[in-house]
Design a protein around this ligand. Structure first.
Ligand code: AMP
Ligand code: MN
Ligand code: MN
Ligand code: MN
Length: 288
């Protein structure tokens, strides 16, 4: 296992607008307590938190510098990958339209899950899903509902028994293509980043295809520092990134203080053979 060290730049995390547990103020306080000074808030298919932030007066803003961000789910063959958009214009019209459609798809899919689960005699799920208030609803919410209703002892078990990729109530999703997603991020003036590449269980051949297609589509960076990756695979990815001219991003993918194994700003060091992605928008970066 690699050692997590504390970083001041964290470019991947979630809030109550998707499947994180913290509101804007709680999130900014919490990451500051962990030494984070620059934070990209990257909710699944939502930039609502950035609209909330934009409404604040300057006096109210905290010591943490916030970067506009989002994490978009997309299709890759018959698999799913996550693309983070960094330094985006969160008010851009094409992005807004895209995310509105993505949020509607997510609601429909969660309701379909709820009906399927009720057919499996798990009661109360439809009603609970209808009451969700997050802008982008996810399977994390569904897993929490199953725990609250007493159908499973914990979220992990909800994924394993019912809603995970190999579980009995799994519903595959028709996500937009990688090309479309990278295009939307670039259209909003942002940098597209492949999120947590080690978590998709793709072979090196499939990862090579992903990297090539991503570069072709206009993608510019890849996360090479995040909690719990395979070291050998990551070294290989860093070499590939350097060869293909991709930049390196880093982030905790923080969701919830109760998930004790993930802390804001805590992940291993970035590989030294790849340039940091923030050089694209920050001319004088402080230590990372
Ligand atoms: P969705 O985008 O609706 O498919 O939900 C995906 C989210 O569910 C991810 O971002 C994770 O936060 C969470 N998730 C996915 N798989 C698991 C798992 N096996 N255990 C716990 N959480 C998971
Ligand atoms: Mn999530
Ligand atoms: Mn993700
Ligand atoms: Mn994430």
């Amino acid at each position: 296992m690699q050692t997590a060290i504390s970083h001041s730049i964290d470019l991947h995390c979630h809030s109550v607008y998707s499947d994180g547990s913290l509101t804007l103020d709680e999130l900014l306080d919490h990451v500051a307590e962990h030494g984070v000074r620059t934070l990209a808030i990257t909710d699944h298919d939502s930039v609502g938190i950035h609209h909330e932030l934009a409404k604040r007066s300057l006096k109210e803003t905290s010591a943490v510098k916030v970067i506009g961000g989002v994490e978009i789910s997309c299709g890759f063959g018959n698999r799913e990958v996550h693309i983070v958009g960094l330094n985006i214009d969160t008010a851009e019209a094409g992005l807004t339209q895209f995310l509105t459609a993505q949020q509607a798809r997510r609601r429909e899919r969660l309701l379909a899950y709820a009906h399927k689960l009720e057919q499996l005699k798990l009661s109360g799920v439809v009603e609970a899903v209808e009451q969700l208030t997050a802008e982008a609803v996810t399977r994390t919410h569904l897993s929490q509902i199953l725990v609250q209703l007493g159908h499973v002892p914990d979220s992990q078990r909800a994924f394993k028994r019912y809603i995970g990729r190999k579980a009995r109530a799994y519903i595959p999703m028709q996500w937009p293509s990688l090309d479309e997603v990278v295009g939307v991020i670039r259209g909003a003036g942002g940098v597209a980043v492949i999120a947590h590449p080690g978590r998709y269980q793709l072979s090196r051949k499939q990862l090579t295809e992903l990297l090539d297609q991503f570069v072709q589509a206009g993608g510019q960076a890849i996360e090479l520092s995040y909690p719990n990756y395979d070291q050998a695979l990551n070294r290989w990815l860093a070499e590939q990134a350097a060869e293909k001219g991709l930049l390196a991003s880093q982030g905790s993918d923080f969701h919830n203080p109760e998930w004790r194994w993930v802390k804001p700003g805590h992940f291993p060091k970035r590989p030294k053979n790849v340039e940091p992605v923030w050089q694209l928008w920050d001319e004088n970066p402080t230590a990372d």
